[in-house]
Design a binder for this molecule. Sequence first.
Ligand code: 7RM
Length: 654
Amino acid sequence: MSQATIESILHEKRLFHPSEDFSNRAHIKNLDEYRQLYDRAKTDPEGFWEELAETELHWFKKWERVLDWQPPFAQWFAGGKINISYNCLDRHLNGDRKDKPALIWEGEPGDSRIFTYAELHREVCQMANAIKELGVKKGDRVGIYMPMIPSAAIAMLACARIGAPHTVVFGGFSAEALKDRLEDAEAKLVITADGGWRKDAIVPLKDQVDKALEAGAPGVENVLVVKRTQQEISMQPGRDHWWHDLQTRVSADCPAEEMDSEDMLFILYTSGTTGKPKGVVHTTGGYNLYTHVTSKWIFDLRDDDVYWCTADVGWITGHSYIVYGPLSNGATTLMYEGAPRASNPGCLWDVVQKYGVTIFYTAPTAIRALMKLGEQHPDARDLSSLRLLGTVGEPINPEAWMWYHRVIGGGKCPIVDTWWQTETGGVMITPLPGATPTKPGSCTLPFPGIVADVVDAEGEPVTDESGGYLVVRQPWPGMMRTVYGDPDRFRRTYWEYLRPQDGNPIYFAGDGARKDEEGYFWVMGRVDDVINVAGHRLGTMEVESALVSHPAVAEAAVVGCPHEVKGEEIVAFVTLKEDLDASEELENELKQHVVNEIGALARPKEIRFTEELPKTRSGKIMRRLLRSLASGEEISGDTSTLQDRGVLEKLRGG
Ligand code: 7RM
């Protein structure tokens, strides 16, 4: 499609309507139904969520109170007893769903496995018993550092079953980053694999765990290892245990622990604007309800669907929309270990064709990479089973939206552009596919129960069309409860950044947005110092701390620079310690150093050595100027606060 066509679509503000057929069969069938739900939830939020909690979930014991709101701390369904593993497994075992595929798994080398609900339940019970045998008790934290294999989901559900909060660390993080997270969470056990497949090579996960435990995390007493890639690894007697050994010994009977609705379910670390990642805490009942209802209405789940989310379980999208949301609904969820690569550019479409995938949920960066690989790959496969597409992770450019719609969706599938965050637990602003007409690039309207707005720095609503801060005004069941071990940081970061006149705290987590005349939201990206590289959130400070921990570096400033596939890339400005000279060798060494400290996802594209960084008179680095320089733009805007204007000339010259 030419740029002119895209412009004209945008100019006409063309709406894409779901087909009549889609709408008629959908859970939410039209905008009136959406508005009724939205208004009901707005006028009586507690009644709205209470009714859903009663009808959609199993509770061992009913709650005493729907919501206890002591801003910014919320408790949902406190006193209620529930287990999310029970809701995801046990309650589906009575009828036909027992023998329905719960989890379809496709490995990168082409091996595969299908678990029915009964089989998945059995495996989860076994792993839960194995974890107990390794000394883990209700309330103890468990680290999970796994490739995309069924055992990753099984480990999460096993922890949830016995009430041990998990902290999943993405397999792409380095040993150093793993150590930091295990330490912060005070994990007692780590569940890992010998390795994982990543683009035809082995990621040595167990070796990384060994390194992490050599460097720290003294609380870790045991390591449970799943065999995947079969290469030789070292096993420390007494500490390390093979899963296949334990599995033959343990019982498959493990009743789900009755958890309080507000007991911690998991911690997931995410980047903020300071160096130290935040442990985002989610609890049980509200998270279960929110991921359940959003999965059901946004992905329009039906019993005959084959639902596939391509995220990694190490990210919130994997937690909420590969594992907990779909399984709570009794859906068939697909998990894929591979990724498109030169040796296999059509692999995603092979999987769609092989299993008759009906719902496909991925990220804009993946869509742009697939566009580059060419239409011939999807065109050569039968994608007619698809009925709904989704996107998440960053703003989607209209050209990628149109390509996704035409080439993958055959022009007939609605697209749900879902805006949300690790902190929100589940999707917040999104189309409901049978109801909401979509506009390419807009995540459209808030989910029922979500009071979203765009405000200025004083917390006042901005007039339509002009941009501002994207905020949420009321608590919702899936919201994060705190930062692990640091409630004050939770309050400061999310609920005190903006302080409205009326004194009611509002939630803000870093995105800028605007609302159009129809109330549609257009998310414009981060307004804070967070970079979004291929859908992965990285704090500039995190990367800067990694750089200055190298003995040659005096000071570092890191910015995001636009990239056509990844969204953004990292460019680092570095000043060296006295009498050290810049060289290509040092540049490569620094890049590798960042990889060692954080992981390959944080590797800077470019390092620019400079004698000085542009600073304000009060000593703050002016990242705005560096961003312009990194993307080759003219420097516009105010430079009057710059301490030394000569710096800019030097930076341009360098
Ligand atoms: C789910 C997830 C959160 C950040 C968020 C945004 C960006 C996510 C969209 C989006 C525009 C979207 N969690 N983001 N979804 N921007 N449109 N549909 O990604 O915690 O890892 O990242 O991602 O900036 O604040 S996350």
